[in-house]
Design a protein around this ligand. Structure first.
Ligand SMILES: NC(=O)c1ccc[n+]([C@@H]2O[C@H](COP(=O)([O-])OP(=O)(O)OC[C@H]3O[C@@H](n4cnc5c(N)ncnc54)[C@H](OP(=O)(O)O)[C@@H]3O)[C@@H](O)[C@H]2O)c1
Length: 432
């Protein structure tokens, strides 16, 4: 007797939802062969039933209410691709779990805010919640962490996980354009979320980092503890000058467990220009995973878009069709530890840029402040920009490893030297 099909209820018929429909329809035979049973869509939901959606939906039941869709008896897996961290996405996901359905979602915001509660509820109901598409789009990073690297202690997770920010930063660098101009270009190209701060403020990427961090370190998702800084203050001057020192600026997520606790930050960082992260161009994503046994793994690929995101949703669906059930965060949700946020970040080298009065002893005063703060200097360079007034000069410093507190202390002392013009800039250099 042929195996019973796995029946999907699909909430959301936008970019990702229609991508899922297309794969289910186009690859029905391949998926059935790989999963050992057919995968079919039985019912769908979206806001506007009249919208032209570039796919044949005539064979599917329509539900206006995603909660009604999630609880239909002819749905085995609720696929949530609507978005939003509260409201219908949360209500329908909870209803699906309560009705005994497995859930597949692409919604990082929902999981970053409610992942622990949803995972607990799913496990209590004997179900699973899967979210490959929620982090780094088409890159199978959740599977890599929960399965491929399950025999490792993860030491560090790093990544460029917001394609829009990487597009803006690489375009600033290649075209020599200021942030505001490229931000506007990105807006016109439709690259930005309706609320651009989700992208450029680092929130979207921070959601993703918090999910990877939970899996990597066996801790509850703690998005609120992610140190967030967006790219709005990254200047074209720093992009150019960092390049001269052999670095590129990326919005980089870093999570690591240290003796001081769990560090999670999504901030602009300098990375070596020649490194895989430094070479990453445009909207592409990259995740770097470091395990004690495996060493370093680099995953690179499309972080968004219809095909890549639907590809990740389908990977989860096919796993469920095969009967493959991995806990959402790699451990039973009840076993995830409450993370202790690190009070201070691991020391790192820093890039400092400042403008100093071009007079004897100015550099020595700055060097003294740094020495007093216990920071040693690796490189120091004075740059006189052609055509600029010669009564001040740009000074670039790359430090040896220093704590953020020491850097802040030194910067406060710079203010008292009387040789500083304007505000200095300090950017962490992430060692890779
Ligand atoms: N797009 C990507 O590349 C990408 C990548 C990774 C993850 N994701 C995640 O995937 C999810 C979906 O993204 P998307 O880009 O596909 O969004 P989208 O194109 O805006 O589509 C959202 C869909 O959800 C429907 N919807 C919204 N509110 C609803 C409600 N209250 N009831 C019923 N349906 C509702 C919309 O209906 P109407 O069409 O009728 O308005 C639309 O079909 C989000 O969580 C997003 O973060 C997206």
């Amino acid at each position: 007797m042929p195996a019973a099909p796995l029946r999907l209820g699909l909430a959301g018929l936008g970019t990702v939802g229609i991508g899922v429909v297309k794969i289910v329809q186009r690859e029905a035979a391949l998926i059935a062969a790989r999963a050992g049973r057919p995968v079919v869509v039985t019912a769908v939901s979206a806001r506007d039933p009249k919208k032209n959606r570039d796919a044949d939906l005539s064979g599917y039941a329509w539900e206006t209410d995603p909660v009604a869709l999630a609880t239909r008896p002819d749905v085995d897996v609720f696929v949530e691709v609507m978005g939003g961290h509260d409201g219908p996405a949360k209500a329908a996901t909870e209803a699906a779990i309560a009705a005994g359905k497995d859930v597949v979602t692409a919604n990082k915001a929902l999981l970053a805010h409610h992942g622990q509660a949803l995972a607990l509820a799913a496990e209590a109901a004997g179900r699973t919640i899967r979210f490959e598409a929620a982090v780094a789009g088409g890159i199978p990073v959740i599977k890599a962490l929960t399965e491929g690297l399950a025999g490792n202690r993860i030491k560090r997770v790093m990544g460029v996980m917001n394609g829009t920010c990487n597009y803006i930063l690489t375009r600033m660098q290649s075209a020599g354009l200021p942030y505001e101009t490229v931000f506007e270009e990105a807006r016109q190209l439709g690259y930005l979320e309706a609320d651009p701060n989700l992208d450029v403020g680092g929130i979207d990427a921070g959601h993703k980092l918090s999910l990877l961090s939970a899996i990597a370190f066996g801790t509850r998702v703690s998005f609120d503890a992610v140190e967030l800084e967006g790219i709005g203050a990254v200047s074209i001057d720093d992009i150019r000058l960092a390049e001269q020192m052999g670095y590129r600026i990326k919005l980089l997520g870093v999570a690591q467990m240290t003796g001081r606790g769990l560090e999670q930050r999504m901030t602009p960082c300098l990375v070596p220009a020649a490194s895989p992260l430094g070479q990453l161009q445009g909207g592409t994503n990259m995740v770097v995973l470091e395990g004690d046994s495996v060493g370093q793994i680099v995953l690179r690929g499309p972080g968004a878009g219809q095909g890549p995101t639907a590809s990740a949703v389908m990977a989860d669906v096919i796993d469920l069709a095969r009967g493959c059930r991995v806990p959402a965060f790699g451990l039973p949700a009840a076993a995830l530890a409450e993370p202790v946020p690190a009070r201070s970040a691991t020391p790192a080298p820093y890039y400092l840029r400042m403008r100093l009065l071009d007079k004897p002893g100015a550099l020595a005063k700055i060097a003294t402040c740094m020495g007093d703060a216990g920071i040693s200097i690796d490189q120091m360079r004075q740059i006189n920009q052609p055509g600029e007034a010669d009564d001040d000069a740009i000074v670039l410093i790359v430090t040896h490893k220093a704590s953020p507190a020491d850097i802040a202390h030194a910067m406060a002392q710079f203010d008292r030297t009387g040789v500083l013009v304007g505000r200095p800039v300090a950017i962490r250099i992430e060692e890779i």
